[in-house]
Design a protein around this ligand. Structure first.
Ligand code: FES
Ligand SMILES: [Fe+2]
Length: 402
């Protein structure tokens, strides 16, 4: 997918269909609007929560706390190999069963009165259960919908999701997630952060390259060239509620450091050698609604997911996925180096995102603006707001029917 750099034109025409209206600023700070998003989107949409390489053996589990839902979720691989999800809440009187973030278990035993739940969520035994006025069948752990695509584990807090995971992702995203190297990941590096910023404001920062030359003049300098001084992408893709973009070739030798000139070809060579990528020049980025994106690049299998905590606070999880063991010291260095630069770049972003939120919180701005090459940000707002509007109509219709 090599492009003719000299004749490059930014793909502004590809976002024209999204319109040009200014965007209501309230959508980025208002607690009432956030509450609608929480109900309409986060409580009933498939959300990325982990990777199958975390659940290799029967009994492996991960715990994930989703603050927006006040929920703690256990994702478990059962003895039958099936991955299931449950609320981390004992059905006796609600006590959280697992305090560990991950581990292995034969059963989940409540620390309070020792109710014992199997990996399939069934209540297996409970002391003096004869004195209760219920049955064990009634006391199974509350299930959460779980499915996997391209190694990524998704959950849906709706007990009966309107769409299957594959219907939600659509053919293009499913095919891409199943093809990129992260689908075969056996390991990852991770860091998480909390930020005083709205989830869309946070996420949008990573959907546009307009800020690169101002905020990352040193760390991002390889992302833009004289032909494309803002490092705009080669093209965009819109796939229902999801998005993609093909990044500008990130190899300006004048500003790439000697370490990068060693590490990136080494990682690309590794990916080619292991047959991880049909196309080793892939630079595509996949944005999976609402708050997840992942690079298809063979050099950095970078993913980022942003979860809301409140209207103006969010939690982000950044992961670099890796395939195969860390065979040599050079492999290890290359991977650690990639995480180190990801952190370095991210630190530069965090302060401007927080400053943006502080400016919005005053309510002084009625609108914000997206230019043509911030089309992915505009798309996220339009999709989210469309779902919020549909939810409001649904609630009104339900109210009238009563
Ligand atoms: S609350 Fe779990 S056994 Fe009592
Ligand atoms: Fe940035």
């Amino acid at each position: 997918m090599n492009i003719d750099v000299a004749s490059y034109q930014p793909p502004a025409d590809q976002t024209a269909w999204l319109g040009t209206d200014p965007i209501p600023a309230k959508a980025y700070y208002d607690p009432d609007y956030y509450e609608l998003e929480r109900q309409a989107i986060f409580m009933r949409t498939w959300l990325t929560i982990g990777h199958v390489c975390e659940l290799l053996e029967p009994g492996s589990f991960i715990r994930r706390d989703l603050e927006f839902a006040k929920a703690s979720i256990l994702i478990v691989r059962g003895k039958d190999g099936v991955i299931r999800g449950f609320h981390n809440a004992c059905t006796h009187r609600g006590t959280q069963l697992e305090g560990r973030g991950e581990g292995k278990a034969n059963a989940f035993i409540c620390p309070y009165h020792r109710w014992n739940f199997g990996l399939d969520g069934a209540l297996r035994s409970a002391p003096d259960f004869e004195r209760f006025y219920t049955t064990k069948e009634n006391c199974a752990l509350k299930p959460v919908s779980v499915d996997v695509c391209g190694g990524m584990i998704f959950v849906n807090l709706d007990p009966e999701p309107a769409q299957s995971l594959h219907e939600f992702l659509g053919e293009y995203i499913v095919e891409r997630l199943e093809t990129i190297p992260a689908a075969k990941a056996t390991d990852f590096c991770e860091y998480t952060y909390e930020i005083d910023a709205n989830w869309k404001l946070t996420y949008d920062n990573f959907q546009e390259s307009y800020h690169l030359k101002f905020i990352h003049p040193r760390t991002g300098a390889a992302s833009y060239t004289p032909e494309n001084p803002f490092g705009y992408p080669e093209n965009y893709g819109f796939h229902g509620v999801h998005r993609s973009q093909q990044f500008w070739p990130n190899y300006n030798p004048d500003v790439t450091t000697p370490v990068q000139q060693t590490v990136f070809p080494m990682l690309a060579g590794y990916a080619t050698e292991k047959g991880l990528m049909p196309d080793p020049t892939n630079r595509e980025y996949y944005a999976v609604f609402p708050g997840f994106f992942i690079f298809g690049s063979p050099t950095q299998h970078f993913s980022h997911v942003v979860y809301p905590i409140s209207a103006t606070r969010s939690r982000g999880v950044i992961r670099l996925y890796w395939v195969g063991d860390w065979e040599t010291a050079s492999d290890r260095f290359a991977r650690e180096y990639c995480l180190a630069i990801a952190r370095e770049v991210h630190v530069e972003d965090v302060n401007v995102i927080k400053a943006g939120q502080r400016g919005l919180n005053s309510g002084a701005l009625e609108h914000i603006h997206f230019q043509a090459l911030e089309g992915l940000c505009r798309h996220l707002y339009l999709v989210s707001n469309g779902i919020v509007e549909a939810y409001k109509a649904e609630q009104e219709a339900a109210g009238e029917a009563q």
